[in-house]
Write a protein that binds this ligand. Sequence first.
Ligand SMILES: C[S@@+](CC[C@H](N)C(=O)[O-])C[C@H]1O[C@@H](n2cnc3c(N)ncnc32)[C@H](O)[C@@H]1O
Length: 273
Amino acid sequence: MGERKILVKKEKKAYVKDLEREFVLSGFEKHYVETTKDYHTKYGVIKRKDLLRKPGSKLRVGNHEFIILDPVFLDHYKRIRRLAQIITLKDIGAIIANTGLTKDSVVLDAGSGSGALACFLGVLAKKVVTYDINEKSVKITCENVEALGLKNVFVKQGNIYEYKQVKEKNIDVFVLDVPEPWKAIRTAQKVLKIGGFLVVYLPNLNQVQRFVKALPEEFLLEKTVEVVEREWLVDEKRIRPKTKDHAHTGFLTFVRKLREEDKNRGVNKKKLG
Ligand SMILES: C[S@@+](CC[C@H](N)C(=O)[O-])C[C@H]1O[C@@H](n2cnc3c(N)ncnc32)[C@H](O)[C@@H]1O
């Protein structure tokens, strides 16, 4: 990803006594900057040698002040290439917390999409294997994995509904962000270790219900949750939610494998559609 720095400029405000109001003169800014050349801002140029100063250094450009920081994983992650919908940070947090994912966990993920979830889990887990049926998704995911320098994230093209195509075994956490996860239950039976977690991410409750109805007895349905994050505006004058409406992302359903599949009975074939 090359050498990068973060430049932060704090919000500038002024209180006008006569109007009894505070005005924002210039907003908060965060720049993700390459250090191989000078950086041009709308306030003027920052020289390359200044970008190389130590974290916490202040740089003046005209009347404006920037502070230099070294980027952390999250700064790089926020710059990854994106195809359509990527999983949100609030939902990633819930997946990690509710599966107790650690540095020893081996994770299977499908579909990769842009690889957002796979990459985030990749910095925490021992190993992540991610599948997508779509060639373009596989390509973008590979690019993102490489850009983030992740050596433990492996990208495969394949159909997660076809359990014979999926060779992984002894998986601790299996995350499904695909349109018809009930078709991947057979795959979950095959790949998960006993006690391993299956997490299903779905936008609609009717899909969640269909998935739950298709679950065979070898699985324990722990819970379905929706994570609602509400950002607040807090300053000297105001304390209120930042936005009126909360965008819905999806429902997370957490399931645990209790034992191996009952071979005599097979999967609930009737229920899988
Ligand atoms: C919403 S995206 C996943 C986003 C991803 N979780 C992320 O954070 O970037 C859904 C992906 O599932 C893939 N997909 C759909 N059906 C699939 C299947 N049967 N097997 C594997 N991938 C599939 C699609 O190609 C698409 O890229």
